[in-house]
Ligand binder design. Sequence first.
Ligand SMILES: Cc1cc2nc3c(=O)[nH]c(=O)nc-3n(C[C@H](O)[C@H](O)[C@H](O)COP(=O)(O)OP(=O)(O)OC[C@H]3O[C@@H](n4cnc5c(N)ncnc54)[C@H](O)[C@@H]3O)c2cc1C
Length: 411
Amino acid sequence: MTTRVTTVVVGAGHAGLAASRFLTARSIDHLVLERGEVANSWRRERWDSLRLLTPNFQSRLPGHRYDGSDPDGYMTMSEVIEFISRYATVSYAPVRTNTTVTSLRRTEDGYHVETNDGDFQCRCVVLASGACNLPSVPPMRDAVPRSIEHVTPLNYRNPAQLPEGGVLVVGPSATGVQLAGEIHRSGRKVTLCVGEHVRLPRTYRRRDVLWWMESSGVWDQRYDQIDDITRARRLPSPQLVGTPERSTLDLNTLSNMGVELVGRLSAIRDDRVLFSGGLRNMFALADLKMARLLDTFDEWAASCGDTGFSEPERFEPTRVPASSRLQIDLRSGEIRSIVWATGFRPDYSWLHVPVLDEKGYLQHDGGVVSSPGMYALGLPVLRRRKSSFIHGVEDDARELIDHLAAFLGEA
Ligand SMILES: Cc1cc2nc3c(=O)[nH]c(=O)nc-3n(C[C@H](O)[C@H](O)[C@H](O)COP(=O)(O)OP(=O)(O)OC[C@H]3O[C@@H](n4cnc5c(N)ncnc54)[C@H](O)[C@@H]3O)c2cc1C
């Protein structure tokens, strides 16, 4: 039996729920199909110690916001799950849980959606199935000797699951630096492979750096005003961690702790991992980009009359190790496990509409997919720099549901 509904939303994370909220406001009948439970990614795919790196005051969704007593704190995973689940409840979102979309195809008048729990026919689809469904691991993984364990951020929970012994963490963005720090604190020797990265202090001029991102307007920059949008959409996440102490977690912090920094992982050959040189240049580039961003904040503060801010700060350059190793022999026993903190990618294996590029990424113009009546939400820099963050979805969802309503002739 096929159920008819005007719009199907795939995924009940915060993006799908925000879409639902605007659809309800426009009285467009819809269903949110979710393969697990509401906030499934936060329940099933995050490590135990993770806290949001966005502060509580930025935890806000259309019609729902953090109202606790610690606006500058960072939510634990159980708090995020509670926050998003509560949103689903207060929004009366029509979510069907445990309903996995297994196939989505174009029909003459819309889309046919197959799930493990029945089929649906709809005119419009909102893809809100997430940007981080799969770990993005380089193919050279296959050259790693079998004696070494592999972990990705999607199946890592805590250091106790790793074998005793040295750990190679590949990737220096938010996930990589957080896991390198945590694993080091468990008593294991950690080597961190450092490629391109985005360095940020946790606080700047006594305010959270993400307060500056928001207030200065950097996060509001639109996708059609960004010169190289493809690159912007692939940028690694900033080196940030949310802790009660509001501490900075950059490469200097990790070096001070005793984490060894090596260059980008360039190849695995004859049971050896090879790292590229050039740490100095890579560090200098990240430091330069951070300084430019801080200049932007200062310019904005000056344009507001510089009132109420403490003095501008500048930070110690990233320290280059006196010498860094260019290879490690994986048969030596030094490395017992590898953590691939090399990013994430979406999973559209169920999407049978020709809207993906050759690398499997969705082709869209600010979330409007080239197939009529199809929209996307929650992807990096979808319509603005803030798009993939919790507080970033509201503006995108409003505009895209406006577009969807116009498509239906209901605007
Ligand atoms: C490690 C990590 C830390 C992050 N930290 C922050 C942070 O501090 N602050 C912040 O604002 N953002 C953060 N993000 C980014 C962002 O908020 C998340 O990626 C967020 O989960 C995206 O929301 P979403 O609703 O688009 O996707 P998701 O939350 O991933 O929701 C997608 C939903 O779709 C479901 N789904 C997928 N495929 C199907 C299918 N075929 N059928 C049915 N259902 C399906 C999934 O089960 C899931 O529930 C973080 C992301 C990661 C990975």
